[in-house]
Structures are given as C-alpha cells and as structure tokens.
Design a protein around this ligand. Structure first.
Ligand code: PA5
Length: 442
C-alpha cells in the first residue's frame, strides 16, 4: 500500500489525459535523459539514492554537537536555503512547541536572514542576549545580501559574548565547495562546513545538508526523510505519479486555469505551501508563462479566501494535500445544555469534522467550477514528507518542460537585486546608480 496517492479525476478527464500524454512523455524523457534546458542542475534527481550513510552520520554528529552546546540555534538563509527546512520542521513540530518549556539537549531553532527587517533582527539579538546560541549559516552562492547581513550581526554578537574560538565551534556553514565569501570566511575561521553541490539548485536542495542539518538539529529523523524520498524516486520509475500531477496541472493551465491553489487542512502544513510556492514559482514563472502558485490554510481561509475561490474569476484550480491520520486523538464532548447545538457531533473526532469540511468544500468548489486535484498522505511523518518532497520536485521538473521553459534557473530574481545595489551605491554599480537616481528624479 502506498502512503501517498493522487486523484486527478475531479480535475481532468481521461480523454484530456490521453490527448496530453505524448507531451507529458516527451517532458519525462527530457528530464530523465538530462537533455533539456538547465540539465546541469539535475543533481537532485538521484540525490535520495546517492546520499550516503556516511554523510547522514556526519550531519547527525554535527547536529548532536550543536544540540549539546546550544540553547538556541539560529538558522540563517533565504529562499531555497530556508524554506525546505522550515517546512519540514514546522510540519513535524508540536503546534505550540515555542511555548513549551525548553528541554536540555533540544535547542530552540529560529530562523534569520529570510528578510531585511531591522525590527526582526533587533528583537532576535535581544532574545539571544545572555543565551548559549549557535548559528547554521546557509548560502549556496555565499553572497546573498539578506543572510549576509544577518550573519554579520549574529556572528559579531556571538564572538563578543563567547570569544572567537567558542564562536567558531558554534558556527556551521553550508555553502559552495570553493566559491563565495562564506567559503572564504569558513576556511579562515575554521568553521565546520557542508557542501551544496553545484548541480543542485537552491529550491531543490532540502534533501542536501541545506535542509538536513537544521532538520537534524530540530531532532527529526533525517534517515527516515531520505528513505522516504528514495521510495518515491524508485516508485516514479514504474508508477510516475509526479508525471500524472504535472500533466493534469498543465492540461488545466492550457484550459485557462492560470492559478493553482495548494490547500491544506492542518496548520502544521502551512509552510509546505510556502516551500511549494517557491519551488513552482521560481521554476515556472518564465518567458511570460507559468501557473501562478498560491496557497491557503483551510478551514481558516474558508472564512476569507473561500468566497473568492467559490465565486470569483474562474481561473483557479485547487490541489488539496489531504492527511489521512492525525498524530493525536481528541473527541467533541457532550454538553448537557447544548446551547451551541453541537451535541449532534458529540463523540466524533475533531478530524471527522475536518474531513467533512474537506469533502464538503471540494464538492462546493467543484460545483463552482474549480477543478480539484487531491494528494493524499497517510501521516505527517519523516517518511511521508520525504516522499512528498521528491514527488513535488520531480513533478516540477516535468511540468516546467511541459510548459516549455527552463525549470532550473531564476534569471528574473536578479532584477530587484540590481536596483537595490544601485540604490545602495554598491561599488561597481556606478552607472546603474546614476540611471536609477535619474529615474527617481533625485
Ligand atoms: O532556489 C534558489 O536558487 C534561490 O531561492 C536561492 O535558494 C536563494 O536565492 C538563496 O540563495 P543562496 O543560497 O545562494 O544564498
């Protein structure tokens, strides 16, 4: 029995799937034969099966030493160097973990470098004052502005509090093997390091030390996560459910459904939506094409975005990530007064109500003209998340080739950086600075 399944029958017809099959097969071939655009970034395709036990052991060892020496570990990174770990850790964590008493040997994991907010960094610095903290700094290029600013500030704080030698023991860098400012600094200061391979792009890097180290520091089983991904890698060779998903969403796109909404019914999966949006948005939004990836948390957002999805412009489809089993058990009590009228569901599990909300919403949205793809996962655990990660990554590569774009670059992301550097008068940007000042009338 598979612990992940996909149902596309409420989204596309068999006839539509048959008509698009040749296109899908061509895209699968392009990906699997490494013959398409961006084929120097396909290291992720065999990453699960190629990950060695030695690497996993080394990551677990470093994670253990951070767990033993720190009360807080700050994980610095942005985009693909942030969202994978954040999604997996949030999915596996108690919803109220931050409010539970800290346990020895289980440091709090916080994130920084994913924004340029002065208040965020000020408040983080103030929280870290007087605490035993460590830093995992992650940047493939080693030159990204947001994490570089956060690292400069926190490194200075750590060195001031503990001295340079202890600080160096509490800092781990995940970066390129040779290039970049972070590699240079790590070598000079003697930080422990892990390498992000050249042929794995940021948003496909959650199963490298980029994601695995923070996940291990948070106390989760990276062996099981990678094993789950291996299962999906193997499964897709004969039962390519990733290709099925890629094909269905492209049929919908060609049919005018330009926006895909990833839906969850549990707050634990909020960051799945954030990771998935980065993976698909940065991979597919090119050449004025691409399915716009959006996400909602139901039933919360049924009371906000629900109206738009039910009745707004008919350009959306939904992909629901449905979880079969909850981690805990809780039923609705009987109330003698029954003033709230809820006794008709007394004795039911909360999740039975949630599932009826899910089924009822799916039918209502179908009636409203919103096609629905459902991805069912057994349980939110490392095994299922590993499978889900590989499933979405593979589907993204196939889908990008079906769209006719390069799913593995991100040239558009450079535009804001150029303007920001020009405005900040970064050396080397003199001409851009002059032009942008003229444009702004300064
Ligand atoms: O997917 C990507 O390539 C990007 O989102 C990067 O992960 C992000 O820009 C961070 O880059 P870096 O790891 O080089 O700091």
């Amino acid at each position: 029995m598979n612990s992940i399944n996909i149902d596309i029958t409420q989204a596309v017809s068999l006839t539509q799937m048959q008509a698009a099959a040749a296109d899908k097969d061509a895209a699968v071939k392009t990906l699997d034969s490494a013959s398409g655009a961006g084929n120097d970034f396909l290291g992720w395709t065999a990453l699960p099966s190629r990950t060695t036990q030695a690497l996993l052991d080394e990551i677990n060892d470093v994670a253990r030493s951070l767990r033993e020496s720190c009360d807080i570990v700050v994980c610095i990174g942005i985009g693909g160097s942030y969202l994978g770990a954040k999604f997996v850790i949030d999915s596996l964590s108690d919803c109220f973990a931050a409010y539970r008493p800290a346990q020895p040997g289980a440091p709090r994991l916080l994130f920084a470098g994913q924004n340029i907010s002065e208040d965020y960094l000020f408040e983080l610095q103030s929280l870290l004052t007087g605490k035993r903290f460590g830093i995992i700094v992650i940047s493939k290029s080693g030159t990204t502005t947001e994490p570089a600013i956060a690292f400069r500030i926190l490194k200075e704080q750590l060195e001031a509090a503990e001295g340079r030698e202890i600080a160096a023991q509490r800092i781990v860098a995940v970066t390129d093997a040779k290039r970049g400012a972070l590699r240079t600094l790590a070598t000079r200061e003697g930080y422990r390091t892990f390498v992000i391979d050249d042929n794995v792009g940021g948003r496909y890097s959650v199963l490298t030390p980029v994601g695995l180290l923070p996940i291990a520091v948070a106390g989760y089983d990276i062996n099981a996560l990678v094993e789950g991904a291996r299962k999906m890698e193997t499964r897709c060779k004969t039962d390519d459910i990733a290709a099925t998903y890629a094909e269905a969403r492209n049929i919908l796109y060609r049919d005018g459904k330009k926006i895909e909404i990833l839906v969850n019914y549990t707050p634990r999966l909020h960051y799945l939506g954030e990771w998935w949006k980065q993976l698909y948005g940065e991979s597919e939004g090119k050449d004025h094409k691409g399915i716009f990836p959006a996400s909602v948390d139901f039933s919360t957002d049924l009371h906000s975005m629900g109206q738009m999805i039910q009745d707004g412009e008919r350009t959306v489809f939904e992909t629901v990530v449905s979880v079969t089993n909850t981690a805990h058990s809780l039923t609705i009590p009987t109330d003698a007064d029954n003033l709230d009228g809820l006794n008709y569901i007394a004795g039911k599990h909360i999740d039975q109500v949630n599932k009826m909300a899910e089924t009822g919403t799916r039918l209502a949205h179908l009636d409203g003209g919103v096609p629905n793809i459902t991805i069912t996962i057994d349980t939110i655990n490392e095994d299922c998340l590993g499978q889900l990660i590989y499933f979405f990554e593979r589907a993204c590569g196939i889908s990008g080739y079906m769209l006719g774009i390069n799913p593995f670059n991100q040239p558009g992301v450079e535009n804001y950086k150029r303007n920001m550097f020009a405005l900040l008068e970064k050396p080397g940007y003199e001409a851009e600075t002059e032009a942008i000042k003229k444009r702004l009338g300064k």
